[in-house]
Design a protein. Structure first.
Length: 166
């Protein structure tokens, strides 16, 4: 299932054709769907974005599930993807905005959220960067919402929009 997040062609001439893809293992939580949809909608004036759901692994053991999910992730994510992981580099919202602002041209930026068991080592190895949202272990359904909100916040920072209040 994929949810569209907008069209980068709206707005001023300074806009790049950056395309965001949030690639997630598993389905979103119904309790968070409205909140997620709100930020998907809010991203529209800034960038093209899609949320791509991959199936949960079906193995009996966590290692089997992670291997199945790794095949799906690596088959979908483009080269240079960012992996969200509790052990990843933690950055401020301003640093996220700076990172997005440094991306060149019509880049496709893929962000990956693994399943409930985490990700296999080969996914970690293939990631260009690993970012953490918190030192806390967060449910992957909640990470979806936090990532989308931070995407939105980063783009509002870049555009001088009043959403972000330091």
């Amino acid at each position: 299932m994929a949810a569209a997040c907008g069209d980068s062609s709206t707005g001023g001439a300074s806009r790049r054709a950056v395309k965001l893809r949030l690639i997630v293992v598993g389905r979103g939580a119904s309790e968070l769907a409205d909140f997620e949809a709100r930020f998907v909608q809010r991203l529209q004036p800034f960038t093209s974005c899609s949320v791509i759901e991959l199936p949960d692994g079906k193995g009996r053991q966590p290692a089997q599930r992670k291997q199945q999910e790794a095949a799906s992730i690596l088959g979908k994510a483009g080269k240079g993807f960012v992996l969200f992981d509790e052990r990843g580099r933690q950055m401020s919202s301003i640093q996220w905005a700076d990172w997005f602002g440094s991306q060149q041209g019509d880049a496709q930026l893929d962000f990956v959220i693994g399943g409930a068991d985490g990700v296999a080592d080969e996914v970690r190895a293939a990631a260009a960067a690993t970012w953490g949202l918190s030192q806390l272990t967060l449910p992957h359904q909640l990470v979806r919402v936090v990532a989308l909100e931070q995407f939105y916040r980063a783009f509002t920072i870049l555009r001088g929009h009043p959403y972000h209040r330091p």
